[in-house]
Write a protein of this length. Structure first.
Ligand code: ADP
Ligand code: MG
Ligand code: MG
Length: 250
């Protein structure tokens, strides 16, 4: 699904990613971990195509098509979803109405007509039931006065509605409490199919007790310096990152 080869990327002429190789196949869950400042969020943003980040070398393909020159909207239309670390408040626009607009905008970009209102309502009902989202929540103004857990609930609801092929969840700076952690984990687990894939970026090993990844990668200094299975996350929990830094420096 997603193939990244020798990716280098910079912000303001400072090189942050220094040769990333990563392949994510349908049905897989990958966790990306690593110390603060190692480039995890940069990687997520570069995959999503955010303009502040300049890709200076390498290749990113999605379903075998080169997406390097596509803007974030076009990447989203190809099924790439990046969770919003700093969600905007939109007073007067409900969670549901925001979602309806997002879905119909996506359909328009794909050359499709609006989703019939009846189908839209059914989808909203089905997905909110699956994720145990309260009716009242759906009619609230987007992000206005949302708690951390409610923001996560909204994010997972957006992911459920948009049905991305590849979801990238960057949880690093969001200070997840235990409730929010469970909301994210349950959502990811329920939305998991053999046709989609998830990349979870986290420095909370605890999240990976709930979302069991197929692969764990450690990003350090702009490179993936170690990859393994879920046991790698447990090793990191016990031993921290110093042994990895030592391995790299040796
Ligand atoms: P992580 O998510 O692993 O904590 P980041 O990708 O956020 O790491 O940051 C990697 C490096 O890039 C850090 O040194 C950080 O200071 C720098 N950086 C990230 N975003 C910006 C930005 N918008 N402008 C300048 N430097 C940035
Ligand atoms: Mg950080
Ligand atoms: Mg980060």
């Amino acid at each position: 699904m997603l193939k990244i080869k020798n990716l280098h990327a910079s912000i303001d002429d400072k090189e942050i990613l220094r040769g990333i190789n990563l392949e994510v196949k349908a049905g897989e869950v990958h966790a990306i971990m690593g110390p603060n400042g190692s480039g995890k969020s940069t990687l997520a943003n570069v995959i999503a195509g955010r303009e502040e980040y300049e890709m200076t070398e390498g290749e990113i393909t999605m379903d075998s098509a080169d997406i390097t020159d596509l803007d974030p909207e076009e990447r989203a239309h190809r099924g790439i979803f990046l969770s919003f670390q700093y969600p905007v408040e939109i007073p007067g626009v409900s969670v549901t109405n925001f979602m309806k607009t997002a879905i119909n905008e996506t359909r328009k970009a794909q050359g499709k007509d609006d989703m019939p209102a009846k189908d839209m309502l059914k989808m909203i009902r089905d997905k909110s039931e699956m994720l145990e989202i309260d009716r009242k929540f759906l009619s609230r103004s987007l992000n206005e006065g949302f708690s951390g857990g409610e923001k996560k609930r909204n994010e997972i609801f957006q992911m459920a509605m948009l049905e991305p092929k590849l979801a990238i969840l960057d949880e690093t700076d969001s200070g997840l409490d235990i409730d929010a952690l469970r909301i994210v984990a349950n959502g990811v687990n329920k939305l998991r199919t053999k046709d989609n894939a998830t990349v979870v970026i986290t420095h909370y090993q605890r999240l990976l007790d709930y979302i069991v990844p197929d692969y764990v990668h450690v990003l350090y200094n702009g490179r993936i310096v170690k990859s393994g299975g879920k046991e790698l996350a447990h090793q990191l929990e016990e031993r921290g990152y110093d042994w990895i830094k030592e391995e790299v420096e040796a």
